[in-house]
Each structure stands twice: as structure tokens, then as C-alpha cells.
Design a binder for this molecule. Sequence first.
Ligand code: FAD
Ligand code: PHB
Length: 402
Amino acid sequence: MARLNTQVGIVGAGPAGLLLAHLLHLNGIDSVVIENRSREHVIDRVRAGVLEQGTVDLLVAMGVGDGALRRGLRHEGLYISFKGRRHRIDMAELTGGKAITVYGQNEVVKDLIDARAATGRRLYFEAAHVSVDGLDASQPIIRFEHDGTDHELGCDFIAGCDGFHGICRPSIPDGALTVYERIYPFGWLGLLVEAAPSSDELVYTHHERGFALFSMRSPAVTRLYFQVPPDEPIQHWSDAAIWDELLARMTTSDGWKPNIGRIVQKSVTPMRSFVATPMRHARLFLAGDAAHIVPPTGAKGLNLAASDVLVLARALKAFYEHRREEWLDEYSDVCLRRVWKAQRFSWWMTSTLHHSPDGSAFDHQRQIADLDYLTSSRAAMTSLAEQYVGLPADVSLDSVGL
Ligand code: FAD
Ligand code: PHB
């Protein structure tokens, strides 16, 4: 049995865990990161792609933003397409110059793993049987097995950054959490395609056959999604059927359509909205998908993970430097205000753009009116733009020493 100690034990090496680890390092606070999957698996996982302006600013201020600045694609606008026409929303013009950056989550994770390695601080991949214990005690413990040896890690605090299916949230005693949840009657089939993007900006399409989304990863790689039933077996979709469906939904009356190419990856993701409150139980703090899930239509999940850990890092810094506990006590409330606004936005984008299998003809006409209003009112476009690029941060970079 190996016995270790640290200040903050972090479960999960996704964006939340790795960002927190680096923010703590920059403030001289020790942490140990424990991840149950392999380094390759974590880096190869294709997921989010849209970074809010504030997320990019955070990465840059932390000294890990070179990749996002150099290889990321800055987008100042996006398209909403319905009834066969694309309508551009000029986000930069409507928000005083703000934009989003398209940069794969796996690239962000890779940059952060490299940064962690350079600090010499501990990060365990392929940790088995991870569990947390003694959350109410002064020194909670993370247990795990690594390379055949049992480990016991004593911590001042535990950060549960282990995603929606992790072990931290379920370790909180029954009755201590309130859960809010909505499950949608559809999912997304996501594709990575070797084809140059046929648009410089994202295209969100409303179509009576179902929602479709055009995105990208690089000047040579297109990322596409389309609405399918939530439990759709992927083998139901041959490549030919996928292209027929995508072209039927996405082609606009001016002839725009995605370029066809070799499909190199495909997967189905169900869609849900989920919030567990409070995001703290005694010495365990939940951050990112461990505490909340949004449907991906608003592109908010990774960005919320980043804003949670910024709030947590501020609180831990104040604790270690001044023994101040108020910010630890406020952690959940500060995060949840932003989380609920992102929930509302993601729900609105999802319900406005998808075809609901149980929706009526009335619902369909209301969606069209919503989209017509959105794309013809400067006020409505400004509302979408300011939420899409990211609402102002609740915590300054200054407060985490950046
Ligand atoms: P995760 O990325 O899930 O990381 C959790 C980590 O914990 C993982 O590495 C996992 O292996 C590890 N772990 C799990 N259990 C254990 C355990 N027992 N012990 C140790 N480690 C464990 N968000 C956006 O902002 N923009 C987008 O454009 C966007 N698009 C998306 C598209 C799709 C198809 C999907 C599925 C998601 C999308 N998201 C998007 C959401 C985004 O990917 C997540 O919100 C983000 O990954 C959350 O980061 P996290 O670190 O909280 O959790
Ligand atoms: C992506 O590029 O993966 C992406 C873009 C926008 C979304 C969701 C995912 O809303």
C-alpha cells in the first residue's frame, strides 16, 4: 500500500481537472490528478469544439493558449439556417468585438497534459477502482490502484472533475443533493470527415427532417452532427445514408452544402440537461460535467467546466493564502448562477432548432416564427451573440493571480 498526501486531490483528467490542476500549480498549490483511462484515450476522445472568448483568454493568461491561438479558428459570426436559407449573425459586431474559437477539446486536453508534465507534479493515468472516502473528515481520502499497487491519497480537499459518469457525485450521501433533469427525445450522430469546410463559419440548421450542424476542426477536417433518435444504433447508418440525410437537411436554396469526404469517426450522443445542487459536499467540490450537463446545441459544456474551476481556484487560493473560507462557501452559488443561464440558453437553442417527435404543427410554426424573429431583430441577434460568445465572467483572472 502506497500512502501519499497532497493539498487538492483531483479525480478526472478532462478539461475541468487539468485546468484546475494548472491553475493551482500557478498559485503554488500542490495537487494529484487521478484518471481512470489511458493518456491516449483521453487525448483521442473527439468531443467539444467551441471555446468562448473568456475560455481562450483564460488559457492564454495561464500560458497554455498557444495552440488555441495558433491552430484554433477564430469565428466572428455563425449561420442559422431554416426554410432553405442561411442567415448570418455577426457576433463580433453585436458584442463589441468578441468571437469564439473553434479548437478541438482533445487539443485543449493535450496542451494541458503537456503543461502538467512540465510542472513535474503528479498525474496518474489508468488508475483502477477509484473511490473517495471521509468527505466530512478533516483529511478526506482518494483510494485507487495503479500498476498493481493500492494507493491511499490524503487530501485537504477533493475536486470531483470526473464527468457525468464519474464516482464523486454518487459518493455524496443520499438526500444531500437536489437533482434537476430533462432528457430530450433525440440524440446527435456526430461525424469527423476528411473534407475542407465549405463554410468559414458554423451553420445550425432547422429542418423538418431534423436538426443538423456544420462545424469543423481544421482547414482539412469538417465536423458534422445530425439529429437521430436517442438510442439509435450507429450501424443503422451506412456512409451513403448519412450523406443523403445530411444533404437533404443542409443544402440551401443558394446551393450551399457541406463537402463530402471520408468519414473517419462516428458516434451517437444522447442529449440531456442536468444540474446537481449544491456543487459541494463538505470537503468535496464538484466541477464541470460531474455537476451539470447541457445539450451540446449551445456549445457550453467545456466552457462551463472552465468557469467552474476558475471559481474553485479563486476560493482555494484565498483559503491557502489567507485562511479565508467565504469563497469556498460561495463556490456553489457563484457557479450555479452561470450554469443556469447556460442551461436556459442550451435548452432554448435545442428546443428551437430540433424537430421534436412529439411536437405538433403548432410547435413547428412557433419554431419558424422564433427563428424568423431571431434573424430579423437586432435585439434578438444580440441576445444570442452575447450568450454564444460567453456572458461576462463572475470571477476576474486577477483573483487567481493571472
Ligand atoms: P470530462 O471531459 O467528461 O472529463 C472527466 C474525466 O474524468 C474523463 O477523463 C474521465 O475518463 C475521468 N473519469 C471518469 N470516471 C472516473 C473515475 N472513476 N476515476 C477517475 N477518472 C474518472 N462543450 C462545449 O463547450 N462546446 C462544444 O462545442 C461541445 N460540444 C460537444 C459535443 C459533443 C458530441 C459532446 C458529447 C459534448 C460536447 N461538449 C461541448 C461538452 C464537453 O465535451 C463537456 O462538457 C466537457 O468534456 C466537460 O469536461 P469535464 O472535464 O467536466 O468532464
Ligand atoms: C463542434 O464543433 O464539435 C460543436 C460545435 C458547436 C456545437 C457543438 C459542437 O454547438
